[in-house]
Structure formats: C-alpha cells, structure tokens
Ligand binder design. Structure first.
Ligand code: NAP
Length: 348
C-alpha cells in the first residue's frame, strides 16, 4: 500500500461483450484532499460484482435509470464498485477518522466523499459505517453487505418459504445465490442449486448442504434435469440468471409459485440496446427498496454467520492491480463465493 499516491482504475473503453483487461486503465495522482464537509476514505477491500458490467455501457437516455446516482461510468471515470474503507481525515461531523465505512466508492485507493449522495451516515443505500462486532471486515462486502441483504430480504418479501417447499436458485455458488440457498434450507425448503461447474456443485452439496445440484453446462436437457431434481415441482425460483434458464425453471412452477427476479447475469454482457429489448428488468427485486430493514436483517445475518448456520467462502486478490483480472474472471464464471481485492491492510 502506497499512502502517498492515489491510484485508480478508470474506464478505457466500453466493453464489447465480455469485459477484458484492456477496457480498464490504471492512473496515478496525488491523494485528494477533503474540502469543507467532505471526508477522505482509504480503501481496504473492493468487492468484485457482476452488476458492474451493466454500468460499463455508454450512458444513454434509455439506460440512465439503471445507474445509481454518481456511479455512471463514462470513459475516463473511476470504475464503480462496493468498497470497504477507513476514514482517514474528516471535515464532516458525522464521520471520524478511524471509522470503518462501506459504499460505492469504486476501484481506487482513496476517495473523497462529499455530503449528499452517498455521504449519509448509516444510509445503507449510500455510504454507511460498519460494525466489526457483527463480523470481520470482508464479511461486510459479502454476507453482511448488499449480497447477503439481497438474499435475506428477497426471501422474506418474495420467497415466504414454508417447510417442504422446493426452491431453485441459479448462479447458486455466487455470494447472493449461496446465501439465499442456505436461508432456504434454514426455512425448511428442499433447495436445488444450478451452477456452472462440478467443483461449484460439490461446494454447494458438500459444504453448504444443498439438497440437489445441477451443472447447467453438462446437464444437456436442463428441463429434464430440473424435473428430476424437483420431483414435487418448483415453489420458489431465486433467479440470478434470467433468460432461457429462467424460463425453463418457471415452466415447472406449482400453482402459487414465487419468482424473485434478482439478477439477469446471462444478459449483462449485452449492449445497452439489446438489454432494453428485454422485459426482464420489469418487476426486478431491488434490495435498496428495503433500506429501513437493513439494520435488523444485518443483525440476523450476523447471528447466523457467527452460529455457523450460513457460510460464504471468500477469495482475496492482492493489490489494486488485480481488479480487472478478477472482474474478467468473475464474468467468466470462475468465482466460488465472494471475490475481493485487497488494496490496503485492515485497521488494527
Ligand atoms: N436485485 C438486487 O437488489 C441485487 C443486489 C445484488 C446483486 N444482485 C444480482 O444478484 C446476482 C448474483 O450476484 P453475486 O454478486 O452473488 O454474483 P455471482 O453470482 O457470483 O456472479 C458471478 C457468477 O455469475 C454466473 N454467470 C456469469 N455469466 C453467466 C451466464 N451467461 N449464464 C449463467 N450464469 C452466468 C457465473 O456462475 P455459474 O458458474 O453458475 O454460471 C459466475 O460465477 C447478480 O445477477 C447480481 O446482479 C441483485
């Protein structure tokens, strides 16, 4: 960690299809100085997340709504991403040097945060302070962060699972999917995970206790595989993938079945024009619609994490240089659980 230079990854080119390392450029400069009402954050960890791909298309009138305020990524702009960091200097009475915070601060070693927008203390839609009593630093970007909150709140509001019901979860070995599946099992459901490799399928069955798994890349007839894994039909589909896979699963719905449209990762590499020909964005679950429930939901996730009732493996890549390669790998399906990039050491 070099604490005299500000290093940041910016968008060098809008990706065409799958992202590649050359779409990103590393820049260096002086560490920014917080002005009146602002504070400076040193990045500790960056969360690698698929939704970033959606933000790398050009911003147009038709896709503006998909970009969180301030996160639109134009050429030369810092790559937006969830970050865990520590406050280094502050001219904002709500933030004190030493506070651990997380927010959408991007692929950079330091960020000056201005009042308004993401600078609202404990506003979980923006920057928020992290309580290390709830769990270790990395967990605040995985189980205790947006991925875990998404899983628990979607299950609460849309899943409403009862014992003996069947839940199917896709991209099941990712952070959101693996937490959702474990919560489904805790609710007494039979949980079937669909994923992209045998290694991931083993992880779901052996480490997380999923009742059945399907490797969609080798399954051949996916509809037949879902029928075999769900002999009593499907009551709840936690959908991280969308597209043809979602339609195949929904075709096996029982009366009264629920469908959480959580993510559409099968389409994230499409251009913004192709994307908006899809109606799958309609009715999508949005975790930030449930901000008022974050404190309670986090406490519950922390309790389950400490008790060993839910787990999430994390892989941490060393150095801000590794961010593009990690993102490229994640979009190619290489991750199990949460991938993070370490930019500086945890505070002692
Ligand atoms: N609605 C909300 O409020 C909200 C909040 C947070 C996240 N999300 C969404 O939740 C989903 C999961 O997020 P996460 O952070 O846990 O990421 P993740 O599931 O780890 O995402 C990466 C995984 O996506 C899968 N994937 C990539 N391309 C695919 C394709 N073409 N077809 C099928 N699967 C593909 C791969 O797994 P396989 O090997 O299984 O293919 C890859 O390992 C994402 O779609 C994300 O955008 C939604």
């Amino acid at each position: 960690m070099n604490d005299t230079i500000h290093r940041r990854w910016v968008l060098a080119a809008h990706p065409q299809g799958a992202p590649k390392a050359s779409d990103f450029r590393l820049e260096e400069g002086p560490i920014p100085v917080p002005g009146p009402g602002e504070f400076l954050v040193r990045t500790i960890l960056i969360g690698i997340e698929p939704r970033l791909r959606l933000m790398l298309n050009p911003t147009t009138e038709t896709n503006k709504a998909m970009r969180p305020e301030g996160a639109a990524s134009g050429l030369g702009k810092v790559i937006p991403s969830s970050v865990l960091g520590v406050v280094m200097a502050s001219n904002d009475p709500d933030f004190t040097p030493g506070d651990l915070v997380d927010g959408l601060l991007g692929w950079q070693s330091h960020a000056v945060v201005a009042r308004g927008g993401y600078n609202r203390k404990n506003n979980p839609a923006g920057i928020r302070t992290c309580d290390l009593d709830l769990g270790p630093p990395a967990a605040h970007l995985s189980v205790l962060g947006t991925p875990g909150l998404t899983a628990i709140l979607a299950l609460k509001h849309e899943g409403r699972l009862g014992p003996g019901e069947t839940m199917v979860v896709t991209s099941a070995a990712g952070t959101v999917g693996s937490v959702a599946g474990q919560l489904g099992r805790l609710a007494g459901a039979r949980v079937v995970g669909i994923t992209g490799s045998d290694e991931k399928a083993r992880y779901l069955a052996d480490e997380l206790g999923f009742d059945a798994t399907i490797n969609y890349r080798t399954a051949g007839d996916l509809a037949a595989a879902v029928r075999a894994a769900c002999p009593n039909g499907v009551d709840y589909h936690f959908d991280n993938v969308g597209g043809a896979m979602a339609a195949t699963i929904n075709a096996q719905f029982n009366p009264g079945a629920r469908h959480t449209r959580c993510g559409i990762v099968s389409k994230y590499n499409l251009s913004h024009t192709q994307w908006h020909q899809s109606d799958e964005f309609d009715g999508q679950f949005t975790v930030h619609d449930h901000v008022a429930e974050y404190t309670e939901a986090k406490a519950e996730l922390a309790r389950l994490l400490k008790a060993g009732d839910i787990k999430c493996v994390e892989r941490i890549f060393d150095g801000i240089e590794s961010a593009p390669a990690a993102f490229v790998g994640l979009m190619q399906g290489e991750n199990i659980g949460k991938w993070l990039v370490r930019v500086s050491e945890d505070p002692q």
